[in-house]
Design a protein around this ligand. Structure first.
Ligand code: ADP
Ligand code: MG
Length: 322
């Protein structure tokens, strides 16, 4: 059995990149970060609990990826540049092969986003992963939820709903041919946070949120903070490749209320349409215009002809009564 300190040294300690923002990484009482002069620190925490956010026995490499991906997605939604992250880990046992795979998935995503693991805490307990990310952003360019204006256009990146489709297939709530599950499953297990897009939208988008709990619910949070409403065309929603082959009702429901999408929902004035498309091209991510911000509160959803649809938001709430 590995000791706590052997475990940290073997799987979670690497020398910080020379010239990067990390002055001192794992191994001291605190890490030391040097954010770019004049920028604000952007900080966010997300926890993944076994049995709640992932199945017991989940692939540890995918888990390492996802634990960091969901946190990077919050930096993306703020337009913040990643600086570093900490990892608080409760483990039932120091299992070397589990740890090797977990740290491989975690650090591969960290490398691809140039963010370094700078510290953490390790204890024995039921499997629980908690990551805090640190990023930086110029004060005037942070993509806050409260920045939308009436008549701004409403956009979403990538595609929606495949993660929910994969989840329900794995839970046995619906049946999905194996080849379609193979398409949808990476969206659930290995979300790709939209950090390049978030950064490119600095100075263009007026507000943003990442879609983690379903588009309707997350858009609702943005609108509440901006004290505005929206009208949205359900037939304009970009469906995931696997979801696109499902029934119209399921497509609509999973695109509107899916969860685990980790796309960006954002607003920008109509005259910035070309700039938005240019930012998306630079980032290599598709973006779709799905509606418009209104002075009237609430979200009105229509079909492609403008006829109102009755939809309800079933955004996930950990403490909702069953
Ligand atoms: P402390 O006694 O200050 O709580 P620890 O003994 O818990 O410090 O940790 C020793 C060092 O290892 C610290 O720099 C801490 O940030 C780092 N560390 C602990 N657990 C992890 C982990 N899971 N991932 C990365 N660094 C970790
Ligand atoms: Mg400690």
């Amino acid at each position: 059995m590995l000791s706590e300190f052997e475990l940290i040294a073997r799987y979670f300690s690497r020398a910080p990149r020379i010239g990067g923002p990390v002055i001192l990484g794992v191994g001291d009482d605190c890490a030391l970060l040097a954010p770019p002069a004049g920028e604000l620190l952007a900080v966010s925490t997300d926890m993944l609990v076994e049995g709640r956010h992932f199945f017991a026995g989940a692939d540890p490499e995918a888990l390492g990826h996802k634990a960091l991906a969901v946190n990077l997605s919050d930096l993306a939604a703020m337009g913040a540049q990643p600086l570093g992250f900490t990892l608080a880990l409760a483990l039932p046992a120091a299992d070397a092969s589990w740890l090797a795979a977990f740290s491989r998935g975690l650090l591969a995503l960290a490398d691809s986003h140039q963010i370094e693991l700078i510290g953490g805490d390790t204890t024995r307990g039921p499997l629980n992963l908690c990551i805090t990310v640190f990023g930086s952003v110029p004060a005037t360019q942070a993509l806050r939820r409260d920045g939308a204006h009436a008549d701004d256009e409403l956009w979403v990146s990538g595609t929606l709903g495949d993660a929910r489709l994969a989840l329900e297939a794995l839970q046995g709530k619906l049946t999905l041919p194996a080849e379609r599950l193979a398409v949808a499953r990476p969206r659930l297990d290995r979300p790709q946070p939209r950090n390049t897009l978030g950064h490119a939208l600095r100075g263009i988008a007026t507000s943003a949120i990442d879609v983690s709990d379903g588009l309707l619910g997350d858009l609702g949070h943005l609108l509440e903070r901006s004290m505005l409403g929206a009208i949205m065309d359900a037939d304009a929603l970009p469906y995931g490749d696997a979801l696109a082959l499902e029934s119209p009702d399921r497509r609509r429901e999973f695109a509107l209320n899916g969860g685990d999408d980790y796309e960006l929902c954002f607003t920008a004035p109509a005259q910035s349409r070309a700039a938005v498309l240019d930012a998306a091209r630079q980032a290599g991510v598709a973006v779709t215009r799905i509606g418009q911000i209104t002075r009237d509160a609430g979200v009105r959803v229509t079909d492609g002809s403008g006829a109102p649809l009755r939809v309800s938001s079933s955004s996930f709430d950990h403490f909702a009564s069953p």
